[in-house]
Design a protein around this ligand. Structure first.
Ligand SMILES: *Cc1c(COP(=O)(O)O)cnc(C)c1O
Length: 376
């Protein structure tokens, strides 16, 4: 029997989250952001769940080709554009749209021999200071691109550093609107945080300018059912459902007496008699070692907590109050239990001083995945 640990991908939740994002932004097209192998879920695994997206956005040429081979005929956007000149041949061959964020990428395009007119997304740096043209050089980059026979259509793009705060996009949006006001082309500015906090869908006052500026939204984390601004809002507040469940079974039981410790470093000592479950999940599966005693888990769908140190292959949970749970009980580390109870990946991530993003991306090779598709 394989080690009893499992990552379950919920295609229904993808459909729900995409619908939720689209319904509240009916004026926008939606890029399903599937970089980093669909935030650790696996592009092939999620593919059937994201069919309602208008396009698929990612970083890696190999991932883009995989998406074409899976049968996707719609738009694909390379969010960082090409890394070297011959990547452009692949863009021509597979009809990939690509970001242009620097002069070197324009040089490559100018030298590219193609019959295929390229659709490019010209990126402005509005304060993130990673990729993109400075506002003062944006228009000249646009003019240069527009003069190239290799370029068919230019769209306009930026990426916010502070989309998850109430006022975080006001200044960058002013810059973006001012510089692009006389330029034609579709606009894409919003990641999950900006989409949820600042578009009309939001329960927070709407930034009117943004409504007209978002032809394409680019949700990543929200599509995977985690909250981009936890703990201000939970995924539940945003009406999102988790797309990944990590669960494992209890493979051992210990009965501790007051004064007994459990796990490496004896970091947890029982204050009174306790029943402890040993779970087949550890940091080598992607569960953060840093999670302290008290990190929430569900055991057969009921709330409990971890105790002691997370080790490579195991962690320990408190069974004291769960009389009917024991050997073989299912422990949900994040995601959905079969009784419908949910433990949010954001909550676990917060205990590990990180984000849901990182936990999803960190489930390791040795964990088997299954796909749950309620639409069969
Ligand atoms: C990753 C990424 C996104 C999606 O971000 P989320 O915070 O996951 O919604 C959007 N746009 C760009 C350019 C990205 O790199």
């Amino acid at each position: 029997m394989p080690r009893p640990i499992l990552a379950t991908i919920h295609l229904e939740s993808f459909r729900h989250n995409i619908k939720r994002l689209k319904q509240s932004n009916p004026q926008s097209n939606l890029w399903a952001v599937v970089k980093a192998n669909a935030y650790g879920h696996g592009i092939e695994r999620v593919f059937k769940g994201i069919q309602a997206a208008d396009g698929i956005a990612l970083l890696d040429l190999e991932e883009a080709i995989k998406v074409r081979q899976l049968g996707w005929r719609g738009p694909i956007l390379l969010l960082e554009g090409v890394f070297e000149a011959r990547d452009l041949e692949m863009c021509s061959r597979y009809h990939l749209w690509h970001t242009v964020h620097c002069d070197e990428q324009i040089d490559m395009l100018a030298a590219h021999k193609t019959h295929e007119g390229h659709r490019v997304f010209l990126k402005m740096n509005t304060g993130m200071n990673r990729l993109g043209f400075a506002p003062h050089s944006y228009q000249s980059a646009w003019t240069r691109l527009n003069a190239l026979p290799q370029v068919d259509e230019i769209s306009l793009m930026t990426h916010f550093s502070d989309g998850d705060t109430a006022n975080g996009i006001i200044h960058p949006m002013e810059i973006f609107d001012k510089v692009t006001q006389d330029l034609p082309g579709e606009r894409t500015v919003c990641n999950s945080a900006a989409t949820l906090l600042h578009l009309p869908s939001s329960n927070i006052p709407v930034n009117k300018q943004l409504q007209t500026s978002s032809d394409w939204i680019r949700p990543g984390i929200a599509m995977y059912g985690a909250s981009p601004d936890y703990p201000q809002h939970t995924a539940q507040d945003w009406g999102l459902e988790p797309t990944m469940t990590l669960s494992a079974k209890i493979i051992g039981i210990q009965n501790l007496s007051a004064g007994d410790s459990v796990g490496y470093g004896s970091s947890f000592t029982a204050q009174h008699d306790m029943r402890v479950g040993i779970v087949a999940c550890g940091y080598a599966d992607g569960y953060p070692r840093i999670c302290p005693t008290g990190t929430p888990v569900l055991i057969d769908g009921h709330s409990s907590r971890t105790i002691g140190r997370v080790s490579m292959d195991m962690l320990c949970v408190d069974l004291s109050h769960l009389k009917s749970s024991g050997m073989g009980s299912v422990v949900t580390l994040w995601g959905k239990a079969t009784n419908g109870a949910i433990i949010s990946i954001d909550e676990v991530a917060a205990k590990a001083q990180t984000l849901g993003y990182e936990l999803m991306c960190s489930v390791t090779q040795r964990v088997p995945f299954v796909i749950e598709d309620l639409d069969l």
